[in-house]
Design a protein. Structure first.
Length: 413
């Protein structure tokens, strides 16, 4: 499919790239000198977790992490580490470095990984038309959560790259390689495991076995850093508590401004203690997650075209954002595939006009920097209008998710 774009489209692409370059180069995070205590909060958790583990300590002991940070004089406290044990392997490269250097290297690695993810998405979805690279470039350049992920020292870029490349390989009869990549992603963060379940539903058993085998190998490779008992404790004690909002002792309020999940809304309706869901909210949240998973299993059980596969993948990315107790601003980069597909189908007029308006509108909302929305919601507007602004990105995720699930069922639906 060959598309001819007017000059204003190319001007927009160029402007988006310039904006992204400015955003990436302007934060103080990339400067020299000591690292500000307000930057790299997530990277600090990774850094001190592997430091503590390498010395025979427990990386899931937040007090030990904070003590190590204070001993080095970098910050007073560190957020808990609550990632799967093999994640320690992904950050072991930081062991000989100081936190400031490790953070700045991670900053650029996350940016390069995002580029790799978008190139993989372009390669996979190229048959959908020339609008694919245009949409990828514009959204990846203008989406504030991309830069925010860098600022936090997050690893969302590498995870997104591993997932997209793994799914692409499995879709093109390279299931073993695809399973290895997705297995790595699921052992660094748990949410990509949703795609392993999708493969199982579709009968891609070689990819599933490859992913499971990779998880086992990575767990064994982690033994020099974390013993089998401590690894087992993560899956039996720490991970199950996620459903209540207990992220290994994380004290961030569920009702924080930039939390865009279903449990966040339930916490507002049935308040808990701030950092934990009430019993009512937890049970409703669990029920909603199971119901959505069942609906996804029914809706995504087969596909007839690349367009339908792309919609299914996008829908699962969005489902993985809506279900957890915490969906921070930086997590929203996992909505990029849905945003790209929505833009491509809108350009081709493959969906109704009202759907185009909803999909593109939701995508624009997801790009807006939350530091601009927060004062608007909390100070300028307040009350009901302020609450609508506060939950605008949740509504955008829900809108895109509904559209992707409708598209995933095929043209007749």
């Amino acid at each position: 499919m060959r598309d001819r774009f007017p000059s204003w489209v190319w001007a927009g692409v160029g402007l988006a790239i310039l904006c992204h370059v400015w955003l990436v180069l302007s934060p103080p995070a990339i400067g020299a000198g000591p690292l500000s205590k307000t930057l790299g909060r997530d990277m600090a958790s990774y850094y001190y977790a592997v430091q503590v583990a390498s010395e025979g300590g427990d990386p899931y002991d937040v007090a030990a992490l904070s003590e190590a940070a204070r001993a080095e004089g970098t910050r007073d406290h560190v957020h808990p580490f609550f990632y799967p044990p093999p994640f320690l392997l992904a950050v072991a490269w930081t062991l000989p470095l100081d936190l400031s250097t490790a953070y700045r290297l991670q900053y650029w690695f996350d940016e390069l990984s995002l580029l790799a993810a978008m190139l993989a998405l372009w390669g996979w979805w190229r048959p959908l038309g020339a609008a694919v690279p245009v949409a990828i470039t514009v959204y990846a350049s203008l989406m504030f959560p991309v830069v925010y992920s860098h600022l936090m020292g997050q690893v969302n870029g590498p995870i997104l790259a591993l997932v997209i490349a793994g799914l692409w390989m499995a879709q093109t009869r390279r299931e073993t390689a695809g399973g290895i990549l997705l297995g790595c992603a699921a052992m660094f963060k748990m949410s990509p495991a949703i795609f392993v379940a999708w493969w199982l539903l579709r009968g891609q058993h070689r990819a599933v076995l490859s992913a499971v085998g990779t998880a086992l190998v990575l767990s064994l490779a982690t033994l020099p850093l974390l013993g089998i008992a401590d690894q087992f404790a993560f899956y039996t004690d720490i991970l199950p508590a996620f459903a209540s909002g207990d992220y290994n002792g994380l004290t961030i309020k569920i009702g924080m401004f930039a939390n865009h999940s279903i449990p966040n809304l339930l916490d507002q309706l049935f308040p808990g203690d701030g950092s934990r869901l009430s019993d009512t909210a937890r049970w409703i949240s669990t029920g909603a997650a199971l119901a959505l998973a069942a609906a996804a299993g029914w809706a995504l059980r087969r596909e007839d075209s690349l367009e339908q596969t792309a919609a299914q993948v996008s829908a699962l990315f969005l489902l993985a954002l809506l279900i957890p107790v915490y969906t921070y601003e930086h997590h929203l980069i996992f909505a990029l595939p849905a945003m790209v597909l929505g833009a491509v189908l809108s350009w081709r007029r493959a969906i109704p006009g009202w759907a185009i308006a909803m999909v593109l509108g939701a995508s624009v909302v997801l790009c807006v920097p939350h530091p601009l929305l927060k004062p608007l919601a909390r100070t300028t507007l307040g009350g009901g209008p302020g609450w609508l602004v506060q939950e605008a990105k949740f509504a955008a995720l829900l809108t895109l998710g509904t559209a992707m699930f409708a598209l995933a069922r095929g043209p007749r639906k």
